[in-house]
Design a protein around this ligand. Sequence first.
Ligand SMILES: [Zn+2]
Ligand SMILES: [Zn+2]
Length: 148
Amino acid sequence: MKCFYHPEKDALGTCKNCCKGICGECIIDVGNGIACDDACRDAVNQVNALVDYNKEQLKNIPKSMSFITNTGDINKNSYLFNAYFLLSLGLIIIVLNIYLFVKNNQIGFSFVWMGTIGIIFILFSFFSFRNAKKVGNAFAAIITDEEK
Ligand SMILES: [Zn+2]
Ligand SMILES: [Zn+2]
């Protein structure tokens, strides 16, 4: 192959951008290849920058995955926290209610509404436990999908 610009000279290689044959006089070294002129050198540099950028993005994938992991854990833990909080609050109210009932030995108005509030708290704690389990399962499904 001859040089595209100097037909009398043998080409030493081809431009990485336009694939023209280039001689030793025309060659511009771009590090991982050669270019024939400034425009081709710029084009090759742009492609190299794009490749480097994509390599960096690939490196960042485990980081973004751990972000998903953390979010899943935080959601599950906040549901679990709510669940335990509501459950203990409900149990405290009911124990207190039973204590007051035994002490006063009569079913008063406060016995009914305190008991109701206690039962509502315990009910909501079960909803939170269920949500925590749901979030945990959904997250497990995401992880297994990612690993496939
Ligand atoms: Zn070129
Ligand atoms: Zn040349």
